[in-house]
Design a protein around this ligand. Structure first.
Ligand code: UDP
Length: 372
C-alpha cells in the first residue's frame, strides 16, 4: 500500500476548501492523514464537525494576539517531526495562510512532494492582502502540483514559469463544500430571515477581518454601515464578527444600533443559508467572493484589489474599496436599481474534489496526467 497523503490546514477557510478533498479520498479508500495546526482552533473545529472529519494531529501553537511570524517559527520547528518521507508520500496545502506556507516549506526541505490547492491567485500587490499574497506566491515556487481554480489562475502560474504539465485547472472546491451543506438543508433561508427579524426589508450581510483593513479602513466601513442603518431602519444588517481583537474593538461602535445585529461567527451550516438569504453581501473575505456567485447573492468587496477578477468579469460582484462615502453610495444605489442575480458557476461546478483526487491518485501511482 502507498504511503498516506497528508492534508494540512490551520484556518476555517482552509478547512472548508480541503474538506471535500478529504471526503473524496475517504470515499475512494485512498490512505490519508490530517494535520490541524490550530491557527484558527475553534473556527476550524466547527467546520470539521460539519463535514465529520477528525484530525490525526492537532497542534496547539497559538497564543493570544500572536503575529504570523511567531506562528511561522513555531510551525517550522514542529512540522518536520510530522512531515517526512517516512510518514507520507505527498502533502496537500490550500491557499495562502501561514500554516500553508510552513507546511509547503517543511515538506520541500524534507523532500516530500507538495500539492497546492487554489494555486495561482494573484493581486500583484504584496501588501494586499498581507501577508497572503507573498505566502501564496512562495508556495507556488515550492509546490510540485498546482490545482488552479480557473484558467486565469493557470495563466498567472505560467507567467511565473511554473511547469505547465504540473498545473491542473480544477475549479474551486469551495463550491463542492457549498453543495454539500445545501444538500443537507440544515436551515432554510426563510428560517434564517425570521431568526434575525429581517421581515420583508433588505437583509445585508457584512463580514470583515483582513489585516490591511484594521484601523482607518475599518472605521470607514463601520461608519458607512452605521449611516446606512440609521437612514434605512427597514434594512437589517447582520455582522458575524470575527474573533480577531482588532475587529472586536472596532465593532463596539455598532452595537447600539437596533437594526444592526453583531453576532458571534456562525457555523458553516448556518452561514451558507444566510448568504443565500441575504439581499447583498459586503465583505473583505476571499472565500465569500467565491461563494456568493454560486448562491446568486450580489457581493461588494471592501478592498482596493482582488485576486479574484473572475468575480468582477462575471458581473456577480463589485470592488468598492473602503471609503465611507463610496460604500454608502454603492449600497443605496444598488438597492434603488436592484435585480436579483442568477446563480453562476464562476469558480467551480461542485466537482473539483473528483478532479483533484484523480490527479493525486495518478501522482501517487506514478502515472502522469497533463492538461493542455
Ligand atoms: N464563514 C462561516 N461563518 C461565518 C463567517 C464566514 O462559516 O460566520 C465561512 C465563509 O462561508 C467562507 C469562509 O468562512 O467559506 C471565509 O472565511 P474568512 O472570511 O475568515 O477567510 P478568507 O476566505 O478571507 O480567507
Amino acid at each position: 500500500m502507498s504511503k498516506p497523503i497528508t492534508i494540512l490546514f490551520g484556518t476555517r477557510p482552509e478547512a472548508i476548501k480541503l474538506a471535500p478533498i478529504i471526503l473524496e479520498l475517504k470515499k475512494q479508500n485512498i490512505p490519508y492523514r490530517v494535520i490541524h495546526t490550530g491557527q484558527h482552533l475553534e473556527l476550524a473545529e466547527q467546520i470539521l464537525s460539519a463535514f465529520d472529519i477528525t484530525p490525526d494531529h492537532r497542534l496547539k501553537l497559538m497564543t493570544e494576539a500572536q503575529q504570523p511570524l511567531d506562528l511561522l517559527q513555531k510551525l517550522l520547528s514542529t512540522l518536520p517531526d510530522l512531515i517526512a518521507p517516512d510518514h507520507t508520500g505527498l502533502l496537500i496545502v490550500q491557499g495562502d495562510t501561514t500554516s500553508a506556507l510552513a507546511g509547503a516549506l517543511t515538506a520541500h526541505h524534507q523532500k516530500v512532494k507538495v500539492a497546492h490547492l487554489e494555486a495561482g491567485l494573484r493581486s500583484y500587490d504584496r501588501m494586499q492582502p498581507f501577508p497572503e499574497e507573498s505566502n501564496r506566491t512562495l508556495i507556488s515556487h515550492l509546490a510540485d502540483l498546482h490545482f488552479a481554480p480557473t484558467a486565469g489562475a493557470r495563466h498567472n502560474l505560467l507567467a511565473e514559469n511554473i511547469d505547465p504539465d504540473t498545473i491542473h485547472v480544477t475549479g474551486n472546491s469551495v463550491v463542492d463544500a457549498l453543495h454539500f451543506i445545501l444538500d443537507q438543508a440544515f436551515v432554510t433561508p426563510g428560517e434564517i430571515r425570521q431568526k434575525y427579524d429581517a421581515g420583508e426589508g433588505k437583509l445585508i450581510l457584512l463580514t470583515t477581518h483582513r489585516r490591511e483593513n484594521f484601523g482607518k479602513p475599518l472605521e470607514e466601513i463601520f461608519g458607512a454601515i452605521r449611516d446606512i442603518a440609521e437612514e434605512h431602519p427597514e434594512y437589517t444588517i447582520l455582522l458575524p464578527s470575527h474573533p480577531n481583537p482588532n475587529v472586536q474593538q472596532a465593532v463596539k461602535a455598532l452595537r447600539q444600533i437596533p437594526n444592526i445585529h453583531v453576532i458571534d461567527p456562525l457555523t458553516y451550516e448556518e452561514f451558507v443559508p444566510l448568504m443565500a438569504a441575504a439581499d447583498l453581501i459586503l465583505t473583505d473575505s476571499g472565500g465569500i467572493q467565491e461563494e456568493a456567485p454560486a448562491l446568486g447573492t450580489p457581493v461588494f468587496v471592501l478592498r482596493n484589489k482582488t485576486e479574484r477578477p473572475e468575480l468582477l468579469d462575471s458581473g456577480a460582484g463589485k470592488l468598492i474599496g473602503t471609503n465611507k462615502a463610496r460604500i454608502i453610495e454603492e449600497v443605496t444605489s444598488h438597492f434603488r436599481r436592484h435585480q436579483a442575480n442568477e446563480r453562476l458557476e464562476v469558480f467551480g461546478d461542485g466537482h473539483t474534489a473528483e478532479r483533484v483526487v484523480r490527479v493525486l491518485k495518478a501522482e501517487v501511482l506514478g502515472i502522469k496526467i497533463t492538461q493542455p
